[in-house]
Design a protein around this ligand. Sequence first.
Ligand SMILES: *[C@@H]1O[C@H](CO)[C@@H](O)[C@H](O)[C@H]1NC(C)=O
Ligand SMILES: *[C@@H]1O[C@H](CO)[C@@H](O)[C@H](O)[C@H]1NC(C)=O
Length: 505
Amino acid sequence: MFENPFNLSSDCTSIPKENRVIMKTEMAQKTNSSLCSVPLLFLLTLLLTLSFSLFLLFTPSSNPNHSSSSSLFNPNISPSSHQSIKVYIADLPRSLNYGLLDQYWAIQSDSRLGSDADREIRSTQMKKTLEFPPYPENPLIKQYSAEYWILGDLMTPPWQRDGSFAKRVFVAEEADVVFVPFFATMSAEMQLEVAKGAFRKKVGNEDYERQRSVMDFLKSTDAWKKSGGRDHVFVLTDPVAMWHVKAEIAPAVLLVVDFGGWFRLDAKSSNSSSPDMIQHTQVSVLKDVIVPYTHLLPRLHLSENKKRQTLLYFKGAKHRHRGGLIREKLWDLLTNEPDVIMEEGFPNATGKEQSIRGMRSSEFCLHPAGDTPTSCRLFDAIQSLCIPVVVSDNIELPFEGMVDYSEFSVFVAVSDALKPNWLVKHLRIIPEEQRNRLRQYMARVQPVFEYDNGHLGGIGPVPPDGAVNHIWRKVHQKLPMIKEAIARERRKPEGVSVPLRCHCT
Ligand SMILES: *[C@@H]1O[C@H](CO)[C@@H](O)[C@H](O)[C@H]1NC(C)=O
Ligand SMILES: *[C@@H]1O[C@H](CO)[C@@H](O)[C@H](O)[C@H]1NC(C)=O
């Protein structure tokens, strides 16, 4: 069965060396071809001397503050790195992005779960239409706001974008990738608001019509025709985003919170004995980018951290489908432990206060699978400096290889977690010293999961080590593979079609 997203949710890159080699070779060729005249030799000597003195100036020994946060988990990126990715924004009408927010704020009454968070904003602040309206505060929508912050960064005037890893270009031919500025989550949410019943159908479904117009437009462009869409970037954070055109965007780079939506497709379409294996050929950690949920709780700084009274905390729905079945079992195993708090909550201000209190007063925060392998709870735990205990065998996490999750989280196999008394024993014996070390590392990665740049409408400079820049660094890592795939496609003789293959790993 197809559930709506409310049930679902209540719950740099490492090629600088090669680049440098290429640049050197090109330079060498240029110098050769332009004849080594005496002044040129003199100039080269001067340059060499200069760069050597610069090298002496900036060796680590002369720079004691070297271990800044950015170099810690991402040794290949330093603020001085001039790497970037060239991004062209596909020319979609405003009605497919910010226009959807205009529509959202114009709704007279919204009775859905979590909507009370927006009621006041709607009645007080939204009297006039803004060019860049705010994103909903409704936690069930806000958790998917990646689309808003990524576009906000790209729409920011160039002179405020020095810290952005994505460099905007205005000619598609100059771009490394094409960003598709479709607010797919908002589109789905708007349809669910006006007519939930039509959501799975094509007829009478405005979300489907929007998906269709995005695809019809893109497919008519030279950029898409040249690449088959492989160098196009879509934000699909909500598992039901772009539901009807998933097959058409399969070759593209998809920014997703996990592959939960595709597990569901598989579960329906295959009678395989191994339901955990992804059968589909549409998504993979090689082609796509796992992005963080937007955290909903405010950041607790390490200096504000107080002694924590409870061992383990969990707030959420007890009953979930599929992978979430373990929740119910865990709940029964843990609920009577004296230093464990398991509670159900509401997606409103009361629930938020409850979570802040729980996550700030507990050493560990449980992160079991829900309907999908991840949830925004993990990112709330990180902002609350509550050590995540991940019990979700299929989990995929953002910025892997840039952030080392085992430095601040505890990973437990579902089979172990379900043994009576195993989990609490396992956590109780983790010494305080180690807990402190995990928490210190976590404090350093908190900014990595931050989308919000603190500017109205998301328009303004982004934090250099924030989520938006990390997403673009991850996309940048995929460029050589994208170029290879496009070249392989192009050499195929007319009429030959090779079925999509899974890039499993
Ligand atoms: C599913 O089962 C049917 C009938 O038993 C079989 O013909 C078909 O090949 C199976 N499909 C898959 C994907 O295993
Ligand atoms: C949140 O929802 C619960 C359950 O409906 C209700 O008891 C509580 O008063 C609500 N809190 C706020 C601040 O509206």
